[in-house]
Design a protein around this ligand. Structure first.
Ligand SMILES: Nc1nc2c(ncn2[C@@H]2O[C@H](COP(=O)(O)OP(=O)(O)OP(=O)(O)O)[C@@H](O)[C@H]2O)c(=O)[nH]1
Ligand SMILES: [Mg+2]
Length: 465
């Protein structure tokens, strides 16, 4: 469907992206069909003609043979309103048919039809009836990929929760069968009752939420343990190159793949070569347009990483013609999850794929941004400098005093701060250190009972990292 407010270019880009998503799930695209529509309402989303064309590709009848459709037809014959909760959608089906672009009909028969919009459960069922093929929508495909790529316990719980939330309303329509392999088992003995399925889903979701709480509790503890450290979050659209940059900056072996949603788990590693204080880099799940809210909510804790960072590196694939729209999506989602107000450096990645002219134009368009290639050592050194400069600007120089006998104190000072000098005096050790306000705050809380003293030196130049 191409809606009136979507340009031809954006429409094509969106279908390209959908094709990539589908191929990540192992599907091969045999044909594309578009129709200009005012909205995605209507019993089958598509008009009659487009549906017939589509059914020609899948070997389906091209008409809906559902109960609701029969009901509507009967009602129409009797000239009365149709009953049932699908009546509204059936009424909307009358938009004129037209604006179809289908290209050459595919040689191979299509077994799966994927729609680039969200389908209601009844639209999905009607379309399956008319095409005789399996029908998926964009969300279904994304959830399928998430199911496949989740590795850690936390990501698996998050994905299962999202699948169940997606599946639950669709159950009524599909008679309790699990369409996507989304976590609950497919139909089996004693599982045909809809009520039972619904209750099982509710119970399972409750169980998963409790488990997620527990996992998140552990994580929060881990996060607070490093709250005095300084985290840089890599954020961006899926496939922008976040994990590649993570590897380059930290030397860690995170997965890099030319795939959408290769990363679903958060990884945090110190930046190499190590700085003092240590800077941590975090790599997390990417964004995509029309990411359903349920899914965003279940990835909340992964995104908390972005919200808790001192600095965000917002990566875009500058060689992707759709990158401006992708950047807008990322900015919107970051706002929505409360990670909008954090200092940010825009990183135009994959500059190696751009011509010098395009690159120059981009740099003029985004003056604060840094253009890099994650494989170029010089670019990486510049980016590293930019990161350390940012922290240097935010580092304060203070004096800390620890009385002798304050167990662990001296080790922590050396571990966390950059120590400029230390003097062993009669009653204890006097340090001159550099750190962020947050680090001093954490330190104050931890060692307040030990009589730590802290004092800012006279105003001067900002400290170097
Ligand atoms: N040409 C070029 N390709 C790059 C560059 N950086 C990353 N890539 C490629 O882009 C693809 C995606 O890279 P990833 O690092 O996995 O991207 P990501 O942002 O982590 O993606 P997800 O985890 O799937 O959201 C891979 O095929 C990388 O090899 C670059 O600077 N230039
Ligand atoms: Mg990744």
């Amino acid at each position: 469907m191409q809606f009136p407010d979507v340009s031809d270019e954006d429409h094509r880009g969106s279908l390209d992206e959908l094709e990539r998503l589908a191929s990540t799930l192992g599907y091969r695209c045999v044909g594309r069909l578009s129709q200009r529509r005012a909205s995605s309402r209507g019993a089958t989303v598509l008009g009659e003609g487009a549906l017939k064309t589509l059914a020609g590709w899948t070997g389906g009848a091209g008409v809906v043979k559902s109960r609701a459709f029969r009901k509507k037809t009967k009602a129409a014959l009797k000239n009365e309103a149709p009953e049932g909760d699908e009546s509204e959608e059936m009424e909307e089906a009358d938009e004129p048919d037209g604006g179809i672009s289908a290209g050459v009909p595919p040689v191979e028969k299509a077994e799966v039809v994927i729609f680039d919009c969200e389908l209601t459960p009844s639209q999905l069922r009607n379309l399956e009836s008319a095409t005789g093929a399996t029908v998926l929508d964009r969300t279904g495909v994304v959830i399928g990929i998430f199911n496949r790529h989740a590795k850690t316990r936390e990501a698996k719980i998050q994905v299962e929760l999202a699948s169940l939330a997606y599946l639950s309303p669709r159950l009524r329509e599909t008679g309790g069968q699990d369409r996507q392999g989304g976590g609950i088992g497919a139909k089996g003995a004693g599982e045909t009752s809809l009520e039972l399925d619904r209750r099982k889903i509710r119970d399972r979701m409750k169980e998963l939420r409790a488990e997620l709480e527990a996992v998140r509790g552990e994580q929060a503890t881990r996060r607070s343990r490093r709250s005095n450290e300084t985290t840089v979050a890599l954020v961006g659209y899926t496939n922008a190159g976040k994990s590649s940059l993570m590897r380059a900056l930290t030397g860690s072996e995170v997965l890099v793949a030319d795939q959408l949603f290769a990363t679903l788990d958060t990884t945090v590693r110190p930046m190499k070569p190590e700085t003092r204080p240590r800077l941590l880099i975090s790599d997390t799940v990417g964004f995509i347009k029309q990411l359903p809210h349920d899914l965003v909510a279940s990835f909340r804790s992964t995104l908390d990483e972005a919200a808790g960072a001192a600095l965000q590196l917002l990566l875009v694939d500058a060689a992707d013609p759709a990158f401006r729209a992708q950047l807008a999506v990322v900015q919107t989602v970051l706002e929505e999850v409360g990670a909008g107000g954090i200092p940010r450096i825009l990183v135009l990645n994959k500059r190696d794929l751009l011509s010098p002219i395009d690159l120059a134009l981009l740099q003029r368009e985004f003056p604060g941004a840094i253009a890099i290639c994650t494989r170029d050592a010089g670019d990486l050194a510049l980016l590293r400098d930019k990161i350390t400069e940012f922290f240097a600007r935010n580092f304060l120089e203070r004096e800390l005093f620890a009385p002798y006998g304050a167990a662990g104190f001296i080790g922590e000072v050396h571990g966390q701060f950059k120590v400029l000098s230390e003097n062993y005096e009669e009653a204890g050790v006097r340090f001159r250190v550099q750190g962020t306000e947050a680090m001093f705050e954490w330190f104050r809380r931890k060692f307040s009972e030990m009589g730590m003293e802290e004092k800012a030196p006279p105003e001067g130049e900002p400290p170097a990292l």
